[in-house]
Design a binder for this molecule. Structure first.
Ligand code: UVW
Length: 302
């Protein structure tokens, strides 16, 4: 049975309660402030046999898209040198919302509460014709940290949790206990819902909705101080929200209220199948100037 945890009628905390952020009024990095050299060294020490598990999806025009997003890719033959060497050259033109397709990391200004982004910075004060003057995805930088996989689908013994299932705090606690995991400060937390099985096999179903965390689970996770929350579904959070009036509230909680990045459309099946709960996590967001997000190809290093 679906145990809804979202309080009906939820609305985001007022500015007086969320600003300044815990990192001060001028902060623009949120929980990324917790990622330091020591944490990166600790993550590197988790690399034992050098294996790589890719956590990113292949970008292609036929992949699932939220709403009107697209990734149109056209092969372009650009050049053919005549004799003697007859060198040919090929490229492609891609027309895409490149920050918001495929496996993708959300920067803070991707979402607002009214006209405010993270730390009560006003949208109008940082938005330009091309992007944001502050907090763009180009400012995040390389992420090397400890990753943990919280396997809720595995806990339930299900290939995938059902659409619209709101993962509860109890689910998280039980999954963590079953896997004998520890959640540590500045980790990247990833939730396996199993929904990723629909990617590429039933794209219509994939974007129709999904299981995921709701407000209570998101707050519980953020209390454990992650720098990223990620999942194998398109919004990280449950969709539709059990509170039908609430539109993607976890987006606001993570990106706007607290300053925690979201990582969507992850490929988590191999980690889950191999029962890998802890690993070194490596990701380099694209340097899209002022971008709202970036498609990424993250990896788990074992
Ligand atoms: C959704 O897909 C709605 O989430 P995001 O906008 O963060 O990509």
């Amino acid at each position: 049975p679906v145990q809804a945890q979202t309080t009906p009628g939820w609305s985001p905390p007022p500015a007086s309660q969320r600003c300044p952020s815990r990192f001060g009024p001028n902060d623009r990095r949120g929980y990324m402030n917790l990622l330091n050299d020591e944490k990166r060294q600790g993550a590197a020490r988790l690399i034992r046999n050098g294996q790589v598990i890719e956590l990113g999806r292949r970008l292609e025009p036929s992949m699932p898209f939220f709403g009107t997003r697209r990734f149109d890719q056209h092969l372009k033959r650009t050049f053919m040198n005549p004799e003697p060497n007859r060198r040919g050259s090929n490229e492609e033109i891609v027309i895409a919302e490149i920050g918001q397709v495929g496996t993708q990391l959300d920067a803070f200004p991707h979402q607002t509460i009214g006209d405010e982004v993270y730390n009560c910075v006003r949208y109008d004060d940082i938005a330009t014709r091309t992007g944001f003057r502050e907090m763009g995805v180009d400012t995040i930088g390389t992420v090397l940290t400890r990753g943990v996989l919280i396997d809720v689908a595995g806990l339930k013994g299900q290939r995938t949790l059902p659409i619209g299932y709101e993962i509860t705090v109890a689910d998280l606690e039980q999954a963590i206990a079953r896997q004998n995991l520890r959640l540590e400060r500045a980790d990247a937390f990833f939730i396996n819902t199993g929904w990723g099985h629909h990617w590429g096999t039933n794209n219509t179903e994939y974007v129709r909705g999904c299981p995921g965390i709701g407000i209570a689970a998101a707050e519980w996770l953020i209390q454990r101080e992650p720098i990223i929350l990620g999942s194998d579904n398109w919004p990280v959070e449950v969709a539709p929200n059990p509170d039908r009036n609430a539109s993607l509230p976890v987006h606001q909680i993570a990106l706007v209220v607290h300053g925690v990045h979201l990582l969507e459309n992850m490929k988590l099946d191999e980690l889950a199948e191999r029962q890998v709960g802890e690993f070194a996590f490596l990701m380099q967001p694209l340097k899209i100037a002022g971008g709202t997000g970036s498609t990424v190809a993250p990896s788990a290093l074992l």
